[in-house]
Design a protein around this ligand. Structure first.
Ligand code: GLY
Length: 367
């Protein structure tokens, strides 16, 4: 069972394959891209322990040798130090302009690996093999790459599109349930931002999907990737519509900073809270009916998601501090905070016209 979503960016077209058994068949697909018969893999310790042998056997089946750089798992790896270590590894591997680097892991490895590929020899090709739900539906598609700094997340990076994305649904079977549900925050985001019928479908089918239903997983990942591809085609470098993909993210980034980017709050959990708060803010601004945030919250809660700041647990800075951090978000333009708000489920839009006192009210009530 494999579906294909074409990302038809002129001159940088690529396919996202979504289905089962894709890892075992990865060698031939990667070999078909050309380059030397040697592949450099960037991965993390968790993924390496579970799946690296399968990937390397698949490459060997296609006559490709490979070496892997195994990085520590976790957000801390999206760092200057890891970037340097990866560049040195790839240069030691004598990776050339025509070669293909494989980023094999979740969002951290994909973002870091993509950025390394963007800057190594001024750009080499790379293949994304995302191993988490979050990476399959969001970060592996669309070419955003980068690392974090002391100043915040993803502030150093580049747009660099992969040459192929292999989203093997089987890999989600080894994902801890918490990580799967965190990725679900990004799935539900697509329904909320632009496809009410998909949100309806999720209300009925997401519980089975979380419990392991393969065809539901293929459908949910495919629909999410289709929506992302459509938006990226309209606005690759986020001059306009691509910002819709940041529904919930302005709140989320402040909450991630508040929790030191630790596993107190996973990114997708922050997106879930952020989506709930963005709909609450939309209702308070009279943009949508109060039923919409209630429905969003009810579904997220039914899926075991966090919806309020208090669901994070432990100390969180006050609303004024969080609002100040939102002002550090890279989506700020001319000092004005940009929010993605909604006129209803599936009807998101971007605005800078949000009174601070309304945001503070939402933050205080969620604390
Ligand atoms: N994750 C948001 C984007 O790719 O634009």
């Amino acid at each position: 069972m494999t579906t294909t979503v074409a990302v038809a960016l002129p001159g940088r077209e690529y396919d996202v394959l979504i289905g089962t058994g894709l890892l075992a068949g990865a060698g031939h697909r990667i070999a078909a891209l050309g380059g030397r018969r040697h592949v450099a893999i960037l991965t993390d310790a968790t993924v390496a322990g579970l799946h690296l042998a399968t990937l390397q056997a698949a490459l060997a089946d296609a006559g490709l040798t490979s070496d892997a750089k195994v990085l520590p798992a976790g957000e801390g790896t999206k760092s200057w130090a890891a970037l340097e270590a990866c560049c040195d590894f790839l240069l030691d591997q004598k990776v050339e302009r025509g070669d293909v680097v494989v980023a094999f892991g979740g969002g951290v490895v994909g973002d870091l690996g993509g950025f390394v590929a963007a800057i190594l020899r001024r750009g080499v090709r790379f293949v994304q093999i995302p191993t988490t739900l979050l990476a399959q539906v969001d970060s592996s598609v669309g070419g955003k790459t980068g690392i974090n700094t002391l100043h915040g997340k993803n502030l150093i990076g580049a747009f660099h599109q992969p040459s192929l994305v292999l989203a093997d649904i089987d890999l989600l079977a080894t994902l801890p349930r918490r990580d799967f549900l965190a990725g679900y925050g990004e799935v539900v985001k697509y329904g909320l931002l632009g496809d009410a019928a998909f949100f309806d479908w999720l209300e009925s089918n997401a519980p089975a999907m979380a419990d392991g239903d393969i065809s539901a997983r293929v459908h949910a990942v495919t629909r999410s990737v289709q929506m992302k591809a459509e938006i990226v085609l309209r606005d690759e470098t986020e001059q306009g519509d691509r910002a819709l993909l940041n529904l919930g993210h302005t709140f989320c980034h402040a909450l991630e900073k508040a929790t030191d980017y630790s596993d107190r709050l996973l990114h997708g959990e922050g997106v879930s809270i952020g989506c709930a708060l963005a709909f609450e803010l939309s209702a308070r601004l009279g943009l949508c009916s109060q039923e919409d945030p209630s429905r969003v919250r009810a579904h997220l809660k039914a899926m075991g998601q966090k919806v309020d700041i208090r669901d994070i647990g432990g100390d969180i800075p006050d609303a004024e501090t969080l609002l100040g951090w939102m002002g550090q978000d890279k989506k700020v333009i001319a000092g004005k905070l940009r929010f993605v708000l909604a006129r209803g489920i599936g009807q998101a839009f971007v605005t800078s016209d949000v009174p601070a006192d309304k945001v503070l009210g939402v933050l205080r009530d969620a604390a």
